[in-house]
Design a protein around this ligand. Structure first.
Ligand SMILES: [Zn+2]
Ligand SMILES: [Zn+2]
Length: 288
């Protein structure tokens, strides 16, 4: 059986392999296709595609967009991102809001008497996109918190002294951005939505389907066999396609392997075929 991995991260977001190295690694692992799905960023896709052509592996240009979800984590994967301009605008706006957020957090910390500067946080990030983990690291280094957990708990988490709300697109907006970019929106790892009843989940996903959702990520390292079965049934009932991937982050998620997750995940190539025909239908103009 030809195997694929449709959920991976590179150094463009929070993975440790560059887009090119990731594609080479996928080729070495014998995968037939791989999708690059960096968080809120499509900048690695071009390099990944070029490397794919060079080494002879099918590369799907993708993204993973974080949406607003009060009960847990909501991620929407987008596959075959081809019309980039408007999506890039949305993403750079998100980026600006995120930078402002870091700045506001630092201001709040200063106001509560903690001497911390943007420079220190940037230094901690070492040239990568700065975020709360880097602020937490500075707090630990300064001895303000004894470890990262405490830094988050006392200062950075909701309810903490320096918490600042984040801005994220709504799930519907995230799907719209992907559709606008000519892509196929797929719900990532449904278990992180924290919806216990499958009936409730079905109602929700049926609703998103009307907004343009095309698929569900069924194969995922952390899904139990029961969850996998449940999501598969759900996809079938709602006529959604099925995808899967490891959510590989390189050394940032040790133990999660490219292609196989914790070791026994298998994502068949038919997932790519179904994605591709869905994409072609969208291309033809029918949003169905
Ligand atoms: Zn995710
Ligand atoms: Zn991911």
């Amino acid at each position: 059986m030809d195997l694929v991995d449709l959920h991976t991260h590179s150094t463009v977001s929070d993975g440790t392999l560059t887009p090119r190295a990731l594609i080479q690694y996928a080729k070495e692992k014998g995968l037939k296709a791989v999708a690059l799905t960096d968080h809120d960023n499509i900048d690695g896709n071009q390099q990944a595609i070029e490397e794919g052509r060079r080494v002879g592996i099918e590369v799907i240009p993708g993204i993973e967009i974080s949406g607003e979800w009060p009960y847990g984590t909501l991620h929407i994967l987008g596959y075959y991102i081809t019309k980039k301009d408007r999506l890039k605008n949305h993403l750079s706006q998100l980026q600006r809001v995120r930078e402002q957020r870091n700045f506001k957090i630092i201001e709040k910390l200063k106001q509560s008497g903690i001497p911390i500067t943007l420079k220190e946080v940037q230094h901690e990030a070492g040239g990568t996109q700065i975020g709360r983990p880097h602020i937490a690291q500075v707090l630990v280094k300064k001895g303000v918190a004894k470890d990262l957990d405490q830094a988050f708990h006392r200062f950075l988490k909701k309810g903490g002294a320096a918490y600042v709300d984040k801005f994220r697109p709504s799930p519907e907006q995230a799907m719209e951005w992907i559709l606008e970019a000519g892509g196929v929106p797929v719900l990532a790892h449904p278990f992180t939505l924290n919806i216990k009843e499958s009936k409730d989940l079905e109602i929700l996903i049926a609703q998103w389907r009307r907004f343009g959702l095309k698929g569900i990520e069924v194969y995922y390292p952390e899904h139990t066999p029961l969850q996998e079965q449940m999501y598969q049934n759900l996809a079938q009932r709602l006529e959604l396609i099925i995808t899967g991937g490891s959510d590989f982050h390189g050394l940032n998620k040790p133990g999660v392997h490219l292609g196989t997750g914790y070791g026994n995940m298998k994502v068949p190539y038919t997932c790519v075929e179904n994605l591709k025909s869905c994409w072609r239908r969208i291309e033809k103009g029918g949003n169905e």
